[in-house]
Design a protein around this ligand. Structure first.
Ligand SMILES: [Zn+2]
Length: 333
């Protein structure tokens, strides 16, 4: 029993054991190779601070960023028939699904939510590339139909973030059938006169670009996103020619009139707010007028509600309770 063995030695041991940093704290930028600390990367919305490379972002984190105060309500999506073709390659399809569910923590490759963005009520859907390559399955088709139905029901604009490797081969023709199904669903939005905005992220390919990803009123892409039907390698092999630099990348498509804008992810929310307001015929946002994206949900929600409810009310009058809520009234801005 002495000071050295009881106090100094454990202290030294704890110092060294703390050095064993878990691997997932650091991410290497695939573009420039810079090592990035996970929190720094998260705060920067998974955009590399040194080369501006846009890495993948999960639907949940995306929604946390675009909705006011990071608050949103998931919209329920009906479950399709499980493994309709009894498909098996190296693994059984249900096993692949289970593995993807475990690694992403999501049910399927698309998440639908409703909430407010810059105090404009919207419905949003986001595709998850980390879930089996974001492939378009029957569930994804159901998710888009659920999103479109909900948007029409609530008379809200729909914003869709696409990221996909194409249709899910394990569902064969049933996956391909989601192209006409989603096209019909989106037609409901057009008939209801509601805006449909698509944000194309890296990569958006295959059947997805042949259906819902290219049917928006406005198409915005993230920088350097690959957007194509057939990939550059396939085209090169087929035509036997070298393709130009930046072929099928967002900037190339913008130059060739396939997109309306290419926008940095960190400016995406502000731009989407401005565009939805413009399409809804509301007044454009004024600087400092909007609630912050995702900080402390509680304080932000309160602040947003307070300023939305009574902008002319003097602070401290204590009459915010009976003020009308700005929710579910897109026309009133
Ligand atoms: Zn980088």
């Amino acid at each position: 029993m002495n000071w050295i063995s009881n106090y100094v030695r454990p202290k030294i041991n704890s110092l060294f054991s703390r050095r064993e940093v878990p691997e997932n704290l650091w991410t290497k930028c695939p573009e420039c190779g810079t090592m990035l600390f996970h929190r720094e990367l998260k705060d920067n919305l998974y955009v590399c601070p040194s080369c501006e490379h846009h890495m993948a972002i999960s639907p949940r984190e995306r929604f946390h960023e675009i909705f006011d105060g990071g608050i949103f309500t998931p919209v329920s999506v009906p479950d399709p028939i499980a493994d309709p073709l009894q498909f098996r390659d190296q693994k059984r399809y249900p096993d692949r699904l289970k593995a993807a569910q475990k690694s992403t923590g999501e049910t399927e490759a698309m998440l639908v939510a409703e909430g407010e963005m810059g105090r404009t009520p919207i419905v949003a859907a986001a595709q998850d590339f980390s879930f089996m390559g974001g492939s378009m399955s029957m569930y994804v088709g159901n998710a888009i139909i659920a999103a479109a139905t909900r948007a029409v029901e609530l008379k809200r604009p729909l914003i869709l973030f696409s990221a996909a490797g194409g249709a899910r081969m394990q569902e064969g023709i049933l996956a391909l059938m989601q192209m006409p199904r989603t096209t019909v669903a989106l037609q409901m939005l057009k008939e209801a006169g509601l805006p449909y905005i698509v944000v194309l992220t890296h990569p958006t390919t295959g059947g997805v670009t042949a259906s819902y990803a290219m049917l928006g009123d406005i198409h915005i892409a993230e920088p350097n996103a690959l957007i194509c039907f057939a990939g550059p390698r396939v085209i090169e092999q087929t035509i036997g020619e070298k393709l130009p630099d930046g072929f099928q990348r967002a900037e190339y498509l913008l130059d060739h009139g396939m997109l309306d804008r290419v926008t940095d992810r960190r400016k995406m929310r502000d731009e989407l707010i401005a565009i939805t307001r413009m399409l809804l015929g509301a007044t454009p946002p004024v600087a400092g007028d909007l609630p912050a994206p995702a900080a402390e949900p509680d304080s932000d929600e309160k602040a947003a509600e307070k300023s939305a409810a009574k902008p002319e009310a003097k602070p401290g009058t204590g009459d915010k309770k009976d003020a009308p809520k700005a929710k579910s009234d897109p026309a009133k801005k």
